[in-house]
Design a protein around this ligand. Sequence first.
Ligand code: BES
Ligand code: MN
Ligand code: ZN
Length: 492
Amino acid sequence: MTSPVIPEFTETNLDALAEFEGRLVVLVAPDGRLDQAARRVNRLSRGALARFAQSERFEKLKEGEAAELAFPAGLQAEAVQVLKLGRRAPADVVRRAGGAIGKALKEVPVLVAAGNLRHVAELALGLALRAYAFTAYKAEEAGKPLGAVTIMVTRPDEAREAAAGVAALAEGVFFTRDLVSEPANVLTTAEFARRLEGLKTLGVKVEVLDEAALEKLGMRALLAVGQGSESPSKVVVMQWQGGKKGEKPLALVGKGVVFDTGGISIKPAQGMEEMTMDMGGAGTVAGVMKALALRKARANVVGLVGLVENMPDGRAQRPGDIVKTMKGDTVEVINTDAEGRLVLCDLLWYAQERFEPAGVIDLATLTGAIIIALGHENAGVFSNNDALCNAFLKAARAEGEGAWRMPLGKAYDKLLKSDLADMKNVGGRPAGAVTAAQFLARFVKEETPWIHLDIAGVALVRKDGELAPRGATGWGVLSLDRLIADTYEEHG
Ligand code: BES
Ligand code: MN
Ligand code: ZN
């Protein structure tokens, strides 16, 4: 398990700046003005900081970005990192500035002179999120701790209070990233379930339904996906009951395909290794549950994940098979690689039958088509309810997690018509992400407010980001946590 770097807050001590031997971080406002600490560093370094603040290089930096002066004269520090950041910068800019510190974080300690920066908690969150690294399988780096971070502020008590929730959020995001990063030989369905059971220590109720239980419930579509694997299929139900007793929960539903070979409709070898991330939806659900429990959210939320492995085998399902869903509708399986929707349809139905939830949000690395449509910048958002959808989009915007609404409609639904069964599991190449969503919509009751998030393009990225190194992003944990805080929690 990867732990986030959580900074200490202390009072500003200008005399400490000269002696500090690690990496020193100072703020310079976009207009080039130096605060008290920066002025002291400037004096000690005989004007180096002021010269930098007047340079073209500084001018070219965007607010929230940083530059580094290595081994500056007059200081013990091995580097001074200069953040271009005004003390009244907006929250998202401060978070990105924190990301710049986190990106540079190594083994050496860091001292940040933040003075009376507003939104200083965002600096701590951005730092923690960007400093993440999945090193479990790197002999050199595994277990090597990152340097401690101290943030000097004018009012440390206030800052500490403001930053109280940072660890909960970062731990939630890290839980997701760790799960998504794990290879499929380690993160089997059983190991995934074990890790989720670990949430019990935080007060989450966790149940693991085995194949016999799923059979009894009639989840034949979900079971069919896993029937070619040595790893038994499982559904894990996680309940966080922090809200009013008896109040209907929000249900989060996640696709947890621990590896997707495509099954008998096998995928090409090129890039197949990426399909270890096909449990990203379940990973995000797990991360949100962890964050909610850690910050003791005053809301009732239930997380349900379907853990299966899609393998080709003598017992695997075939193209042409017809399976019966828990709802009772039958599905002609045209392509065994369109397996996510077979897992989710039974989970969605079960979630509604058992919990009568106030809303359902499912997350899935569902289609390659959503990557063609939106790239790696935005998740696809599909919904039957404008109010819930707009609340989510607003939360995602505030968290800087890309999300873009996509259409649903009868004309797309028609593409799922089957000659033999109630529907087929693919609708052809056009609008592939929409027909996948349309398939799920058939398992959502009319009265249930519902959002489907296709996160195939955003759960894992190949480029370093401002708040995450390349690899698993943990997309959605922050937005869903905020949505829950804003719309489901009682305040006051
Ligand atoms: N897990 C994949 C979707 C995916 C693709 C996720 C790339 C992440 C990156 C999904 O199960 C799948 O294979 N979808 C098919 C559906 C098709 C057969 C209708 C696809 O998108 O090609
Ligand atoms: Mn697939
Ligand atoms: Zn898949």
